[in-house]
Structure formats: structure tokens, C-alpha cells
Ligand binder design. Structure first.
Ligand SMILES: *Cc1c(COP(=O)(O)O)cnc(C)c1O
Length: 406
């Protein structure tokens, strides 16, 4: 597989190319294809012609490698500032593949409020393979340090937690992890922030994971995941796992995801800007008790957030409705532009109730500990006109909560 340095040359030189340029061009030089398509052709073939039985110079079989998938993987590596990237059939398939880097009786340290599906997988499936996980509040570096065991071999983090929007000091956590378990693989799920807002590899982590299903594809029509990294040995193992385990995406989906990735930067700018506008409007609304958005001065970690996330924030944030559990549901049922649905990061705005939806796998006790109550609502701001979104939420709140308590 080509390195990101090759890709920079391919797209026209220099270490200084911006993410938007790489997203538009990396991995898809038209001279690669005899037909000179300016976008990567969709190679639907499952198998490829060999010159002789020992020929391994090109593509062999689509599970092992595919031209359309390669274009996407090179583009992903380039925007992440990584040497290698591998795509999988979903974000969770990417997570599954990383656990096959471990052995039975290895231990994983994982942040307490990770994506619900990650939590569920580690608790139910990884546990069956005798991989033990400790979930720990990683905003507290002291607690994080104590979570390590002699057999800790993996650390799984999300820079911004979901749905409570806590921000982690990644550099501090990496340094503790290297001290406590020098050989543990540190993986960051960067789905919420995307490489436009944050590049975890620059903070010293080993692997960046994405659910490409969210912002990177960005149009709610593909399920896919990826892993990006710099270490050649680890890349070798993951390349084998990608082939041996077989959880690979279809060439058509790779084409769609690459198309979505082209516009990542302009979309993230708009998502971030609109989300902040909507968050501010909700913060001043008496029918909202509290807004959790790291870009607002009211966020307990606002200072750390703007220090770490200099380019802004994504389109996801949460808020506590100033009402009862039923009023919270009424509010969600009254929205017109927002869709009541799982997921995030698409062009369309979504609203969901973590307690009953994305985080239902947690026990009530675990949810209480991280602040997931029956009035906590998570919002994903899409690419619509933010004024329409604000009006929609305001009318739905007004209908659900005629007389807010103060
Ligand atoms: C959606 C999501 C995942 C899982 O990805 P799938 O593509 O749905 O398998 C993992 N982490 C985060 C943060 C997510 O939002």
C-alpha cells in the first residue's frame, strides 16, 4: 500500500497540502486508470487476472484488496496524516478487528462513556473471548492511571464523550498509558470530531478508528468503518486481519464514502457553526435546563476544549430538557424538521434520547453515573438553515412544556 507521502506527491507536492485538497485528490490520480476517469471507477470485480500463478503484483481478490477500496483507503490515510488506512464493513467491524490484535486474558482500559455499541461489544462479545474491560472516567487522569493492570494491552478512548460531551486531554492520557503499559495499543475513536477538527495520531496514539457511517460519508447512506495508523508492523497485522476476517465494505460503498469525504471540510465548518448557533439559542430558552456543548463558556471543560480543538466543534451536542420525562418525549415527538432517529453526522438533523436509544445497553446505575437521565436529549445538527432548526426546536418545546419551571 502506498504511503501518505506518495499521495502528497501524487496530488501535487509538499507536506503542506491542506486537508480539503487531500480529501479532493488523494488516492485518485486519473493516470492510475487506463480510462483516465477523474473520479475513481467503481471496480465491482471480485477477482483479477493474473499473469501466471505466482503473480502477486496487482489485485488478487476483492476481500484482499480492491481498486475502489484502495482509493478510499489512501484518501483516508492522507486526511488523517497516517501512513496506512484500512476499511471495514462498519465501525463496529473495525473495533472487532482490533480485538483480534489481542490474546485471551488480555485487558482493555476503556473510557466510561464511549459509544453505546462499543460498550456493548466489549461487555458482551469481547468478554466471551476472555478479554476483560475496565470502563473508567478518563477526564480524571488519576482514575485512568489506576485502571491499568499488568495484562493491559489496549486502551480505547473517545476524545469527546458521547452523549455527555466530556473532553479528554489525550496527550496526558497517552503519557500515562505509555508509563503504565508501554506495549498497550492506544486507539482513539475519532468519529465525532473527524480529522478536520482533530488528529489523534499527532497526540501520540497508535490507531485512529472511525465510523465512516457518520461525518466522513456524511449522507446517511453507507455503513462503514476504518482504522488509520503509522506503525508498519501493526499495519501488517491489520491488513491480514482485514483479509482473514472478511468484514470488508463493498466497492460501491467505498465509492460513495470517498465522494462524501471530498466535502468533509465544508460540511464540518457548517455543522460546527450551525450547532453552536442552535446550542446558544437553546441555552437561552427557559424550556431547556442545561446545554452540554464544549464550545459554550458554560461547559465545565470549555477552556480545555478550545485549547485542544482549535478549529471548532462538530454538529453533535446534548441538552437537559427543563421538564418531565414525558415532556421530553413530547418535545421529541413534536419536531418537524429533525428526525427522531439513531445515528449522527449526516446532512439531515437528528434528535434522540440516549437513555432509551443509543445508551440503552448500559445499566441504570452506569447511566446515572455519567449523567444520562430521562431528560437528556442528544442532537445532531445537519446542513439545513440553522434558523429553521432553531424555530423547529422552539415550537416543539413550546408545545411540550407550556409552563416551564424556573
Ligand atoms: C456509530 C458509531 C460507531 C459504530 O459505527 P457503525 O458504523 O455504526 O458500526 C462507533 N463509534 C462512534 C463514536 C459512533 O458514533
Amino acid at each position: 500500500m502506498a504511503t501518505s507521502a506518495d499521495k502528497k506527491q501524487e496530488v501535487g507536492e509538499g507536506e503542506t497540502l491542506g486537508l480539503a485538497t487531500l480529501a479532493c485528490h488523494a488516492g485518485s490520480d486519473p493516470r492510475r486508470w487506463t480510462s483516465r476517469d477523474v473520479i475513481p471507477p467503481i471496480s465491482m470485480a471480485t477477482t483479477f487476472l493474473l499473469d501466471d500463478p505466482s503473480d502477486r503484483s496487482g489485485f488478487l481478490y476483492t476481500r484482499v484488496g480492491n481498486p475502489t477500496r484502495r482509493s478510499l483507503e489512501e484518501c483516508l490515510a492522507a486526511v488523517e496524516g497516517a501512513r496506512y488506512a484500512f476499511c471495514f464493513s462498519s465501525g463496529l467491524a473495525a473495533l472487532l478487528n482490533t480485538t483480534y490484535l489481542l490474546r485471551a486474558h488480555d485487558h482493555i482500559v476503556c473510557s466510561a462513556d464511549v459509544y453505546g455499541g462499543t460498550y456493548r461489544f466489549l461487555k458482551n462479545c469481547a468478554a466471551r473471548m476472555a478479554l476483560d474491560t475496565t470502563n473508567v472516567d478518563c477526564t480524571d487522569v488519576g482514575k485512568f492511571q489506576k485502571a491499568f493492570l499488568p495484562n493491559t494491552k489496549m486502551v480505547w478512548l473517545e476524545t469527546v464523550s458521547n452523549p455527555t460531551m466530556k473532553v479528554l486531554d489525550l496527550k496526558a492520557l497517552v503519557s500515562v498509558s505509555r508509563q503504565r503499559a508501554p506495549h498497550a495499543i492506544i486507539i482513539v475513536d475519532n468519529t465525532f470530531l473527524t480529522p478536520y477538527l482533530h488528529k489523534p495520531l499527532e497526540c501520540g496514539v497508535d490507531v485512529v478508528m472511525h465510523s465512516l457511517t457518520k461525518y466522513i460519508n456524511g449522507h446517511s447512506d453507507v455503513l462503514m468503518g476504518s482504522l488509520a495508523l503509522n506503525d508498519p508492523k501493526l499495519a501488517d497485522e491489520l491488513r491480514k486481519l482485514q483479509n482473514y476476517m472478511g468484514a470488508v465494505p463493498s466497492p460501491f460503498d467505498c465509492f460513495l464514502t470517498n465522494r462524501g469525504l471530498r466535502t468533509l471540510e465544508v460540511r464540518m465548518l457548517r455543522h460546527g457553526d450551525s450547532a453552536l448557533q442552535v446550542a446558544r439559542a437553546l441555552e437561552s430558552n427557559p424550556r431547556v435546563e442545561r446545554v452540554l456543548h464544549p464550545g459554550l463558556p458554560s461547559h465545565p471543560q470549555h477552556k480545555l476544549a478550545i485549547e485542544l480543538l482549535t478549529k471548532g466543534f462538530c454538529g453533535v451536542f446534548s441538552c437537559y430538557v427543563n421538564g418531565t420525562a414525558q415532556q421530553t418525549k413530547d418535545f421529541m415527538n413534536n419536531v418537524k424538521i429533525f428526525a427522531l432517529a439513531f445515528s449522527l453526522g449526516g446532512h439531515e438533523s437528528l434528535i434522540e434520547l440516549p437513555r432509551e436509544m443509543t445508551h440503552s445497553a448500559m445499566t441504570e446505575e452506569e447511566r446515572q453515573a455519567i449523567g444520562i437521565t430521562d431528560t437528556l436529549v442528544r442532537i445532531s445538527i445537519g446542513l439545513e438553515d440553522p434558523r429553521d432548526l432553531i424555530r423547529d426546536l422552539e415550537q416543539a418545546l413550546l408545545l411540550a412544556i407550556p409552563n416551564p419551571k424556573d
